[in-house]
Structures are given as structure tokens and as C-alpha cells.
Design a binder for this molecule. Structure first.
Ligand code: ATP
Ligand code: MG
Length: 564
């Protein structure tokens, strides 16, 4: 990352690491890894793990590094498309693994050798039972498991069978390799866990070289050790796998490193589902337009929506690390996005639901140029000239024919300020034969230019934005909202239901907005604030030169779907 790492506050993981460094454990080296399985696109939950692992490495430089390792041990679900998208996403977040890109599949030969070693030590055996039988004999939390009838095979016989498994002599499900640990252990993961299974499947990297594949719980700790990882940080659901992690590290000889595992709570966000399986389902069933649909919580989705890497990193730092499961408000993530975009986004005038305004006392002709500030947060961004003419558009929501008491914008007979221009008064509401409002006839007051407040006149409470009608660009704008209507779609669905029943039918509204002419030259992938409306991003895929398409990143005010 180009910026210097922010001094992250000390959480329990960072404290632990600081103690290890102080005690010169591993010669004070800190080596972490981010270990995705390439079976889907990364989501915002993964960003938490990426920021943690890469962040810790940056904070402990120079005796530190963070590896990107693909845990590609299940060829059935994995794909090169995912491998590529994951690399792109980690880079986009601002992190760099340097030379340290690894694949668990590169260790298949070594992992096989370790399994042979365990067999020779009497610590692993080939079981002829099916996975279903193994599961059925596993016992329960209160009852010990039943040992397999094949548990006490000789090392010789086991070696022979394991070799033949590798040679492809057996069908899937006919044999498995299990670690020989303790069928009565209170921890189910220690009841002779399966460490290899037969899969006659093509692997995206090793091709057809293998027909036996190591289980995640076996491959992961040994891959960590092979790479010299010092701290293996994972989410809480692996806490009960930690004894197996340690058992493998302690029982396999000749490992170059001795990592240990610690767990932190995964990120859960309201109005979001965060399992790759479910995200894949949304994609496969066309409930969204793809992994990068701007409503998806995937990194590629939020990138296309206009979230920024800095905002995501700030969010991850803000939520911190805990040891207990929790639920984070989506509004907090949106807040971090607004905070970052406020600093950088170019301001423009845009009207989402145009209503024509004719200034009846304003001269016909070319009108005038009004100087507008590009970004009040950054004077160096300068100003631009925006045309103002006799015919304008304002947002239909800034006018009410029959106003409520708390409505302070334009009303019949009322006055409002056009931002950076002057005040106007509405004299006539023009309607079509169906009674729909099609235009407002107003007059402007030259004495109120640029914020001037003539004495003795009632105070004008509202200020609205505007776009010159003959200059306005018709631009496609997509208003994105929450993907789900329920804060916790999974919980709301319960065991019987399905989270998809809570998909928000109003999560995408497409409209043609009227924008100031300066946006014609907007490059794809640029951030804007439509003043008074929200933050928008020119879609990197669908924008054409001269024809930007805008995605609403986030509304301007907290409260998202209600903010207008
Ligand atoms: P999912 O549950 O979405 O399928 P996963 O854990 O199976 O995710 P992996 O590819 O194995 O996906 O994840 C890579 C790393 O990211 C793991 O270390 C995992 O613990 C971490 N991770 C996954 N989801 C989250 C989350 N919601 N919050 C924090 N870390 C996460
Ligand atoms: Mg996983």
C-alpha cells in the first residue's frame, strides 16, 4: 500500500503478536497469510480478513510479510476465474503480496509425503467405510464415536492401500484416509478426522495428476508450516479445529515452521448475505446481474458501485476485532464511504426527476455562466462555469403543490433560492390534460444574486439545485438500494424459508436524469457528488465516451433508502 499504515489500535490479536515479537519468537518475524478458496468472488467479509492479515504485516515491517495463498484443495468447486478475481480484489484494496503468491496445490506432493509419514508412525489409516458411515459412527457430544473396523490395520497395509488410492485403483467414496487420534475425544474434530478423499476430478492447476485430494483441515496447517507462517488468523468457526491444527503441527516431522492459529469474529452485515454459496446462488439464478452487480456485497460489486478502497479499509479498522459473533450495521459501511467520497468527489448539479421551470422575467437567449465550486472540501479543485438560462429543470421533489408545514422548498406563491444563483417565486403551476404538473412559471429576483438578502424581505428558507434545460444532458442513472428488505435475511427466513424471499424488489431503479453539461466528458470509473442528492460513480463497464452511466454509490444522508 502506498500510504504509510495507520497506527491501528491494539486488539487482542495485535497484542498477542506484539508479545511474540517482544519475546523474539520466530526471531521476531511476523508472517501472516490470506488463504481464500478460489470457489467464488471475495466479499466484504473477506476484506476484514485481508485488512487484518496484510495490515499486521505492514505494521510489523521490516521483519514481516503476508502471503496470498489459494486453498485450492477442492477441484470440484474451484475455477481460474475466481483465482484471477481474487488477485484483482486484493490489489484493489491496496495490498501487495510481492513474491508471496502460493497455491496449496503446489504442496500436494509434500502433503502426500506427510500423510505417508503419519501412516508409518501409526497415526493415520485407510478406512473402507464411506463418508456416510464415518459420519454415522462419529458419536455425539455425549457419546463417544465407534472405532472403524479398519482402524488397526498395519502400517504396511495402510501404505499399500494409500498408494493404490493415489494410483486411481478405487472409485470415489471407496476409501478414505483418516488421522488416528481419539474416537472418544470431546472434540468431534479429533475423532479420527478424514484427511484425504478420492476425487476423480480435474484440477484447474494440477490437471489430472491427482485423484486423491487433502481435506482443508489437513492441508491448511501444513501449508502454513511449509510457508513459514507464524500467525494463522482465521474466523471463529475454526476454533474447534484448533486442536487438530496443533496435532498436525506437532506430529508431522520436518516442518520448516511452527505456526499457531488464533480466531476472531467474522464480519456480519445487516441487509446482506455473506456466504459464497448464497452469493453464487444469486448469480446462477439471475437474481442479480453477476458477481459484480453493484448491489452485491462482493468486492467487485462494491467497486463497481463506487465504494473506495480507503473507505473499506477505514470501515475494517473502525469495526475492529472481537472474539464474539456480532452484527455490524450496513449504515456504518455507508458512513465510511460518504466520509471518503466527501473529501474527493467532484460536485455537479443533477436532477433525478426533472420538473421544468420557466423564468418568465428572464431574457430569452444564451443566459449566463454561473461559477460553481468543484469541491468545497478541497479549494485546490477550483471552480467551473455552469450555464443558467430562462428554462431550467429542478427536482420534482423540491416542489409541492399542497405543501406540508415542514416543507421549505418551492410552493405556489412561495420563494426559494436557486443555489449560487438567485431567488425565484412560483406564480403558476402548468398541468397537462390529465392534471399532471408539467412546468412551473416563476420569476427571478435580480437583487438576491449570490446570497444577497435585501433588507425588509422575508427570509427564504429553502435552497435547491437546478440545471439549464437547453444544456442539460439526458443521462442514465441507476439508483441502488439495499438488496434485502430484512436486516437479517437468513434469520428472518428461519429453517423452513429461504433468504431470497426477502430480496428487495426496489433495490434497483433506473431513470433518465438531467445533468449539467460538464459530465459529458466524465471518464468511466469517476466519483461525483450530485449536490443535495448523493454520491455517484460512472459505471466502468457500461459508460461509453461521451455517454456516462451513473451508479448511485450512496445517498447523501444517513438513512439511505429514505433520504431523497
Ligand atoms: P464463505 O463463508 O463466504 O464461503 P469462506 O470462509 O468459506 O467464506 P474462504 O475463501 O475460505 O471463504 O475465506 C478466506 C478467508 O477469509 C478465511 O480465512 C476466512 O476465515 C475469511 N473470511 C471469510 N468470511 C469472512 C467474514 N465474513 N469475516 C471475516 N473473515 C472472513
Ligand atoms: Mg472457507
Amino acid at each position: 500500500m502506498s500510504d504509510a499504515p495507520a497506527p491501528a489500535s491494539k486488539d487482542f490479536i495485535r497484542e498477542l503478536i506484539a508479545e511474540d515479537v517482544a519475546a523474539q519468537r520466530n526471531d521476531a518475524w511476523v508472517v501472516t497469510r490470506f488463504p481464500p478458496e478460489p470457489n467464488g468472488y471475495l466479499h466484504i467479509g473477506h476484506a476484514k480478513s485481508i485488512c487484518l492479515n496484510f495490515g499486521i504485516a505492514l505494521e510489523n515491517a521490516p521483519k514481516s510479510r503476508c502471503h496470498l495463498r489459494f486453498d485450492d484443495t477442492n477441484p470440484v468447486k474451484e475455477d481460474i476465474e475466481y483465482v484471477q478475481s481474487i488477485q484483482e480484489d486484493v490489489k484493489w484494496l491496496g495490498f501487495d503480496w510481492g513474491q508471496h503468491l502460493y497455491y496449496a496445490s503446489d504442496y500436494f506432493e509434500k502433503l502426500y509425503g506427510f500423510a505417508v509419514q503419519l501412516i508409518e508412525k501409526g497415526l493415520a489409516y485407510v478406512d473402507d467405510q464411506t463418508l456416510e458411515q464415518v459420519r454415522a459412527h462419529r458419536g455425539s457430544l455425549t457419546a463417544p464415536g465407534t472405532p472403524s473396523p479398519f482402524r488397526d490395520r498395519s502400517a504396511q497395509e495402510n501404505l499399500d492401500l494409500f498408494n493404490r488410492m493415489r494410483a486411481g485403483e478405487f472409485k470415489e467414496g471407496e476409501r478414505i484416509l483418516r488421522a488416528k487420534i481419539d474416537m472418544a475425544s470431546p472434540n468431534m474434530n479429533m475423532r479420527d478426522p478424514v484427511i484425504y478423499r478420492i476425487l476423480h476430478a480435474h484440477h484447474h492447476r494440477t490437471g489430472d495428476a491427482w485423484c486423491i485430494y487433502p481435506m482443508y483441515d489437513y492441508a491448511h496447517p501444513l501449508s502454513d508450516a511449509l510457508e513459514g507462517i507464524t500467525h494463522s488468523l482465521c474466523t471463529l468457526e475454526f476454533e474447534h479445529h484448533r486442536p487438530l491444527y496443533e496435532w498436525l503441527i506437532n506430529n508431522v516431522d520436518g516442518l520448516p515452521g511452527h505456526p499457531y492459529q488464533r480466531e476472531f469474529a467474522r464480519l456480519n452485515l445487516t441487509y446482506t448475505v455473506m456466504s459464497k454459496r448464497k452469493l453464487l446462488e444469486l448469480v446462477k439464478t439471475d437474481l442479480v446481474s453477476g458477481w459484480d452487480d453493484p448491489r452485491m456485497p462482493t468486492i467487485s460489486g462494491i467497486r463497481r458501485r463506487g465504494y473506495t478502497p480507503a473507505a473499506v479499509r477505514n470501515f475494517c479498522e473502525t469495526i475492529g476485532l472481537t472474539k464474539f459473533p456480532s452484527l455490524t450495521e450496513l449504515a456504518l459501511l455507508e458512513h465510511c464511504v460518504r466520509e471518503d467520497l466527501n473529501k474527493h468527489a467532484q460536485r455537479v448539479y443533477g436532477v433525478l426527476r426533472p420538473l421544468k421551470v420557466v423564468l418568465t422575467n428572464y431574457p430569452e437567449g444564451p443566459g449566463e455562466q454561473i461559477e460553481l465550486v468543484n469541491n468545497p472540501e478541497n479549494p485546490a479543485d477550483g471552480t467551473r462555469l455552469v450555464p443558467l438560462t430562462r428554462e431550467l429543470y429542478i427536482d420534482a421533489e423540491d416542489f409541492m403543490e399542497h405543501p406540508s408545514a415542514d416543507f421549505h422548498r418551492l410552493v405556489p406563491g412561495g420563494e426559494v433560492r436557486l443555489k449560487y444563483a438567485f431567488c425565484i417565486t412560483c406564480h403558476e403551476v402548468v398541468k397537462d390534460p390529465e392534471g399532471r404538473i408539467i412546468a412551473l412559471h416563476c420569476t427571478y429576483d435580480d437583487a438576491t444574486r449570490r446570497g444577497a438578502k435585501p433588507v425588509g424581505r422575508p427570509k427564504v428558507k429553502g435552497t435547491i439545485h437546478w440545471v439549464s434545460a437547453p444544456h442539460a444532458l439526458d443521462v442514465q442513472v441507476r439508483l441502488y438500494d439495499k438488496l434485502f428488505t430484512e436486516p437479517q435475511p437468513d434469520e428472518a427466513a428461519g429453517a423452513e424459508g429461504n433468504y431470497t424471499q426477502f430480496l428487495n424488489p426496489a433495490s434497483l431503479e433506473t431513470l433518465t436524469a438531467k445533468l449539467e453539461p460538464s459530465v459529458a466528458t466524465a471518464q468511466p470509473g469517476s466519483h461525483f457528488q450530485f449536490e443535495r442528492v448523493g454520491y455517484f460513480f460512472t459505471d466502468p463497464k457500461d459508460s461509453q465516451p461521451g455517454h456516462p452511466v451513473f451508479n448511485r454509490t450512496v445517498a447523501l444522508k444517513d438513512g439511505f433508502s429514505k433520504a431523497k
